[in-house]
Write a protein that binds this ligand. Structure first.
Ligand code: NDP
Ligand code: MG
Length: 359
């Protein structure tokens, strides 16, 4: 029986995790959970799952103290956005293994988070489907040459810039393969999500930017691949459901049946192609950021969070997300990131820079 603290229980990953637990009550038990704006819903969840410790993250709290309460075996961080970083840090500081969905933790705090985890010998188990795939491909391996990060292309795959002028929020949220939270759905539409995933992979797997190739794979069956020095390539396949990477992270290093769907090969066509960098200009900014690193991923993430929130609120058109990111990255000077305080400071200043765009 794995005892889990589920942070962000009311979100998309949180709900998928609860479904997995509902189906496998003999394997998983939620001992603690958090919610933010939907805290009243968490109380209902808690009565169904018998969760003892609840955290309302709108109130002041100590994440480290909370995490220790139910004596969990593992913490699943499914909080969205930069707000997730403090929970990832607290998990490692509390000497607990971290199943990590919150990619922004690694994007903004990857250097320090990974260093702390290595020093304390704490496992960070990726939940993001691509990183789970890479992690699975790397088991039992030594050096790798290249990571091939697959990308479904999002809802606007194949469209050109002119066709993206009048995109509505609903259109941006309608992902063809995945059902996800609003922020990551918009990020999948701009491919900013793939940029965040490149930073995430660089930290998790100690890869250089040039070792990561983004490949468009609309069916989202191959969740990523790893190429080794002898030119062999390993891939991980499954239907597009987050249940499998969640199950994999929570059970690692074991693999037991948890009722995840199995891939049917009877009528399956898989295709791969290169991304359109002219339409999805986030990928050009990614190159600048991976060359510079340091504060650039933090700035990219902060400006993107501001832009997506404004788009979701109906305040800016879809294409302005690209413009805003270009402007903020264009104005960014390289700065060393040598402390947690510095990460929060860079994030706050980048948000201000992005907000200037609206004044
Ligand atoms: P959702 O927006 O659906 O859920 C976010 C969760 O975080 C909710 O429980 C929300 O609580 C909570 N939350 C929001 N703001 C705060 C805050 N300031 N402090 C603490 N908790 C907060 O997001 P997703 O489930 O889609 O994504 C979660 C993370 O997983 C993201 O980092 C995303 O990139 C990553 N991810 C998601 C995938 C997916 O399929 N959805 C796939 C791969 C990665 P409340 O609802 O109560 O406000
Ligand atoms: Mg992903």
């Amino acid at each position: 029986m794995k005892k889990i603290v589920l942070l962000g229980a009311t979100g998309s990953i949180g709900q998928t995790t609860l479904e997995l637990v509902r189906r496998n009550p003999e394997k998983f038990q939620i001992v603690g959970a958090s919610a933010h704006a939907h805290f009243p819903e968490l109380e209902k969840i808690a009565s169904e799952f018998g969760i003892k410790y609840l955290l309302d993250t709108r109130e002041p709290f100590s994440a480290k103290e909370f995490l220790k309460k139910g004596e969990p075996d593992i913490v699943l961080n499914a909080v969205s956005g930069f707000a997730g970083l403090k929970f990832s840090l607290a998990t490692i500081e509390a000497d607990l293994p971290l199943a990590l969905a919150n990619k922004e933790s690694l994007v903004a705090g990857g250097e320090l988070l990974m260093q702390l985890a290595r020093e304390k010998d704490i496992d960070i188990l990726p939940v993001d489907s691509e990183h789970s795939a890479i992690f699975q491909c790397l088991q039992g391996e030594g050096n790798f040459e290249k990571i091939i990060l697959t990308c479904s292309g999002g809802p606007f795959y194949g469209r050109k810039k002119e066709e993206l002028k009048n995109i509505s929020v609903d259109q941006a949220l309608a992902h063809p393969q995945w059902s996800m939270g609003a922020k990551i759905s918009v990020d999948s539409a701009t491919l900013a999500n793939k940029c965040l995933e490149v930073f995430e992979a660089m930290h998790l797997f100690r890869a250089k930017g040039e070792q990561i190739e983004i490949v468009i794979h609309p069916q989202a069956i191959v969740h990523s691949m790893v190429q080794f020095p002898d030119s062999s390539i390993k891939a991980q396949l499954s239907p597009p459901t987050m249940e499998l990477p969640i199950s994999c992270a929570l059970q690692f290093p074991q693999r037991t049946k948890t009722g995840c769907p199995v891939q049917d090969f009877s009528d399956l066509n898989l295709s791969f192609t290169t991304p359109d960098r002219e339409t999805f200009r986030t990928l050009k900014l990614l190159d600048t950021c991976t060359q510079e690193m340091a504060n650039f991923p933090i700035v990219f993430n902060a400006a993107n969070e501001v832009a997506v929130a404004e788009f979701l609120a109906g305040n800016i058109p879809f294409l302005d997300i690209f413009d805003l990111l270009e402007r903020v990255i264009g104005e960014t000077q390289k700065e060393a990131v040598d402390s947690i305080e510095k990460i929060f400071d860079i994030d706050a200043r980048a948000r201000k820079m992005a907000q200037k765009y609206f004044s």
